[in-house]
Design a binder for this molecule. Structure first.
Ligand code: PRX
Length: 652
């Protein structure tokens, strides 16, 4: 990057470190490094100030922070509504006719949709009345199983308006996955669509939604007409969105919610086969959604913010819905695939709308990199001024390529570390402060504190690796629990180092003495497959439901583009004959039960899995095999011969 020398300061250790330019500093909301030390002096006061400044409260809180391990509360007894803060307060200003949502459909011959804040406000009020008309009351859970169309944000905000926590399920998850989540959430209403477009084809969503609603407490299904496909509507249960909306009243008062009332539940994968419902509160979550959007992405009124994540994931919730809308910003969403009709679709969209902030995942960058720079060169990407990365560690090659080819060497890359549980970003550089270091996410967001512990809970030294933890006061947007499962909440997050440190399940290294952190990936059996969080146990559950499978073990194998992919080691039941067809059938089994994102890259059919003498599957060995690492000592195994056989099968 010699031509952009203003980026690089002399680094004492000669490392690749980028710093903000003067121009960036001047524009940025925060550019003074002292923000970190000031916030650290009194983090509770810091967040209380943020909550007051960034949001409108119906009633002030009585206490800013309460910590009764392992539970914390923020802005206790404060009254607030997230939809009111995302809409009503903007329509009282010049932002009334500003674009809130820009939607790009996948088919190139279809029209974009632009919803102003006023449009969105009216639709949200109407849909809130639709929900009320279907019997939804404050506190009831509403399932949302929608593709990337504006109705997804409308439905979420309508839920927020009436105080009914939404539970959005990624539209590429299977009907069975949807059903499990709806059952756990005990939702009575599901909002879905007839279908959506993916790579030029109409995809049927309604059939999956029907499977998802079966044998659950769902009484009403609201269906958005997106593709116009012929779908079956169940009399009395299913209703067309547009028909209900046509009759719905225009006004709906926002429900004054307690700050600690849940805003939503989002299911995510843990280490067991059952996804957990992560609960996020209203006031604390809105505070961090607002401020992280504003400071991390240096979000200004004139920006067009495109977060490419699907709304079905936390990144979509916070940075394609709540964060930008709370800020009165413009959020762009795109329905389809990045490679339709050609692999430059994303760049066409950037050029068409003059996107200024572009936030995506390393897996996407690696894929685009493979497609070649010429596709980017066809388009004017000069509107982009800031890039973001999220979801998995970004390797240096991908970082540099992103910096040079998407950012034209002009734009900082904000590598944001966070989780479904944290609700918003936590570790990253700020655009006006920096530094931006390939493979190093950055520092803890002002007012938050992380540490890196060794196995025994002692903090590690600079340059050493360990386990990332968060310390009290916990960021206001942190999870408030696992839905209906407080034991799992305690066991997952508060048992490794006790009540004093939230355990992230991520490996990390202190990069320098200023608090910069390099994240090294999950240390549990949670995979990141093309940025999607998936547990090996869920894939195992899906496989063992197949009648031919006696036993199986799934491990994550490294993959050049997707980061990680599941590889399944499967022992067939007696009498079953191994075949390519059966392997394909098992892959389809996973697609059917979970969805295409969990598809095993490979099925390894074997006679036995390596086991300890007590009968425990030795995953360590399977992991080593798929990573091409040496397997180590196998003499303590019950069946060391199984390893030889597997080595041959995986080509080691
Ligand atoms: O391992 C970390 C990884 O993604 C996990 C959380 O996944 P999920 O809940 O799906 O949320 C993803 C979007 C926030 C983390 O435990 N991860 C996320 N961001 C980064 C990351 N790993 C390294 N660098 C990141 N920037």
């Amino acid at each position: 990057m010699q031509e952009k020398v203003q980026w690089v300061r002399e680094d004492p250790k000669n490392r690749l470190v980028f710093w903000p330019t003067e121009e960036m500093k001047k524009k940025a909301w925060v550019s003074d490094e002292s923000i970190y030390t000031k916030a650290a002096e009194d983090p509770v006061a810091f967040w209380a100030q943020r909550a007051k400044e960034g949001l409108e409260w119906f009633e002030p809180w009585k206490e800013a922070y309460i910590w009764k391990p392992p539970f914390y509360k923020w802005f206790v007894d404060g009254k607030i509504n997230a939809a009111y803060n995302s809409l009503d307060r903007h329509i009282k200003t010049w932002r009334k006719n500003k674009a809130a949502i820009i939607w790009e459909p996948e088919p190139v011959n279809q029209q974009k949709r632009v919803l102003t804040y006023f449009d969105l406000y009216r639709k949200v009020c109407k849909f809130a009345n639709v929900l009320k008309g279907l019997g939804v009351e404050r506190g009831d859970r509403v399932g949302i199983y929608l593709p990337m169309i504006p109705e997804v944000q409308i439905a979420m905000l309508a839920c927020a308006r009436i105080g009914a926590p939404h539970s959005v399920v990624f539209s590429a998850f299977s009907g069975e996955s949807l059903r499990n989540r709806m059952k756990d959430a005990e939702a009575n209403v599901l909002v879905t669509a007839d279908g959506y477009y993916r790579r030029g084809k109409g995809i049927d969503l309604k059939t999956n939604a029907d499977i998802g609603a079966e044998n659950t407490s769902i009484e009403h299904v609201v269906v958005v007409k997106r593709t116009g496909a012929d779908v079956s509507m169940s009399e009395g249960r299913d209703h067309w969105w547009h028909k209900l909306m046509a009759k719905a009243p225009l006004h709906c008062d926002p429900e004054p919610m307690d700050s600690e009332d849940p805003l939503f539940i989002l299911y995510t994968s843990g280490t067991t086969g059952k996804p957990k419902g992560i609960i996020h509160d209203t006031g604390g979550y809105s505070t961090v959604a607002y401020w992280t959007s504003k400071w991390d992405f240096d979000l200004h009124d004139e920006d067009i913010f495109w977060c490419t994540a699907d709304i079905g994931w936390i990144t979509g919730h916070t940075y394609a819905c709540y964060g930008p809308l709370l800020n009165g910003a413009t959020s762009l969403i795109y329905e389809g695939a990045p490679n339709y009709p050609e692999v430059d679709r994303w760049w066409q969209i950037v050029e068409k709308y003059g996107v200024t902030i572009f936030y995506t995942a390393p897996t996407a960058i690696r894929m685009i990199l493979r497609w070649g720079e010429e596709w980017l060169k066809k388009h004017d990407l000069s509107s982009i001024r800031l890039l973001g990365s999220v979801g998995e560690p970004i390797n240096q090659d991908a970082w540099m390529w992103y910096f040079k080819n998407v950012g034209g060497g002009r734009c900082p890359i904000i590598d944001t570390w966070w989780q479904t549980e944290t609700g918003a970003t936590l570790i990253n550089a700020l655009p006006g402060i920096g530094p931006f270091i390939p493979t190093v996410a950055g520092r803890s967001f002002p007012g938050t504190k992380h540490d890196i512990y060794d196995e025994t809970g002692n903090p590690v030294e600079i340059g050493e690796g360990g386990y990332l933890v968060q310390k009290s006061p916990f960021a206001p947007g942190m999870l408030r629990g696992v839905y209906k499962d407080p034991d799992r909440y305690r066991a997952q997050y508060w048992s490794v180092y006790g009540d004093e440190a939230y355990y992230t399940s991520d490996g990390a290294i202190w990069w320098d003495e200023s608090g910069n952190i390099r994240l090294t990936g999950r240390v549990d059996d949670v995979m990141k497959v093309a940025g999607h969080r998936m547990s090996t146990a869920e894939v195992e559950n899906a496989l063992t439901q197949h009648s031919s499978v006696a036993e199986c073990a799934v491990v994550a194998a490294p993959h050049d583009i997707k980061g990680e992919v599941p590889v399944a080691f499967v022992v067939l039941r007696q009498g079953q004959t191994p075949s390519k067809d059966l392997e394909a059938e098992l892959i389809q089994q996973v697609v059917k039960v979970i969805g295409p994102t969990a598809k095993p890259e490979r099925i390894v059919l074997t006679d036995a899995l390596p086991k300890t003498r007590s009968g425990k599957i030795m995953r360590r060995i399977l992991k080593a095999l798929v990573k091409g690492e040496t397997v180590g000592d196998v003499t303590t195994l019950m069946n060391p011969e199984a390893v030889e056989d597997l080595k041959e099968k995986v080509g080691q």
